[in-house]
Design a protein around this ligand. Structure first.
Ligand SMILES: Cc1cc2nc3c(=O)[nH]c(=O)nc-3n(C[C@H](O)[C@H](O)[C@H](O)COP(=O)(O)OP(=O)(O)OC[C@H]3O[C@@H](n4cnc5c(N)ncnc54)[C@H](O)[C@@H]3O)c2cc1C
Length: 290
């Protein structure tokens, strides 16, 4: 059973932040509750104060501007991102990723902010956001700061939020011309947490070579893992099948995946090879067509 707590339901960011400033480590936020209620039921988390931010409608938005890029409010539900026409048009990989995340019920209530702040390295959005060079806006009553999505996860279920801070916005820059991005995850059934996931973004230069590449893996380490050595395999080269295979192999050596009932360390490493190659192939095709 969940331990007793005092409950607050602020309607503004300011109100939520002043509660956080007051109760700090003794407080926890709840957005959709899809992850936090599980850990509270297990008593891995026993906050004295629960701050329910689901009613802060100001943080539920999707805004796009060609210059500024995409801005997603932290309380936007997964389903809204999946179904957003503007995201489908300009950031298709985000919509695709969301379409394979959990069940429709969970997507209809769980928020992108809650997913990222939960800090599960098996989560899908973080890797895709790292590949897209996203930034996160964190707020406290003292002000705001921006962190790279890549810097946000610190360890398993640990993120770079101070006790008085909350995530308010996800910022995704508009990718350069001739960029393609793809996310592939290994699932037993559609909507399962990935046994392994790979997000790859490739930007082609004017001669068709690889000007830039980003590779990030889900469930391959204690944090969403940027595979920088694998990126170097592609950058500056004309990508061919051999290089895609090599990028997958190198990414797999960078991974330190967990072992569980769904797969051993060795199996996940093998699958990292396959899924990095698969995502990179698709990203390349998309970059050529962009
Ligand atoms: C059946 C099931 C299947 C799932 N499958 C997948 C899957 O395939 N892929 C995947 O990626 N995820 C999956 N998930 C996880 C799911 O996506 C997350 O549980 C959900 O997105 C979390 O969002 P939430 O709003 O419910 O967060 P909550 O559970 O309310 O909060 C999670 C954590 O984030 C903190 N938090 C929430 N919002 C903020 C904020 N704005 N600022 C600071 N801290 C905040 C909370 O304090 C808490 O620590 C699955 C979950 C379920 C239940």
């Amino acid at each position: 059973m969940i331990a007793a707590f005092e409950y607050f339901a602020p309607k503004t960011v300011r109100e939520a932040l002043s509660l956080l400033a007051k109760y700090k480590e003794e407080a926890k936020m709840i957005a959709g509750g899809q992850s936090i209620l599980v850990v509270m039921k297990q008593r891995l988390l026993t906050p004295e104060y629960l701050i329910d931010i689901k009613g802060i409608t100001d943080l539920d938005y999707i805004k796009y501007d060609e210059g500024k890029g995409l801005r997603i409010g932290a309380l936007t539900i997964h389903r809204a991102i999946e179904k957003s026409p503007v995201i489908q048009k300009h950031f298709g990989v985000l919509s695709e990723m969301e379409g394979n995340l959990a069940t429709i019920q969970t997507r209809n209530w769980g928020t992108i902010g809650g997913n990222i702040c939960h800090g599960d390295p098996a989560g899908d959005p973080a890797s895709v956001l790292i590949a897209l060079k996203a930034k996160l806006k964190l707020a406290s009553s003292a002000g705001e700061r921006i962190v790279e999505a890549e810097e946000f996860s610190k360890d398993y279920l640990e993120v770079a939020l101070e006790p008085n801070e909350m995530l308010t916005e996800i910022q995704v820059p508009t990718p350069p011309a001739h960029t393609g991005t793809a996310y592939e995850k290994l699932m037993v059934m559609k909507g399962d947490m990935g046994i392994i996931g790979a997000a790859v973004s490739i930007t082609l230069d004017s001669k068709g070579g690889c000007g830039d590449a980003r590779i990030a893996l889900s469930n391959a380490a204690s944090v969403p893992l940027r595979a920088k050595k694998a990126e170097k395999v592609l950058i500056g080269k004309t990508i061919n099948n051999g290089l895609l295979t090599k990028a997958g192999e190198v990414a797999s050596t960078e991974a330190t995946p967990p072992a569980d009932v769904h797969g051993s360390i060795e199996y996940r490493r093998e699958m990292a090879k396959v899924f990095v190659k698969r995502a990179a192939q698709l990203a390349l095709e998309r970059a050529k067509a962009a």
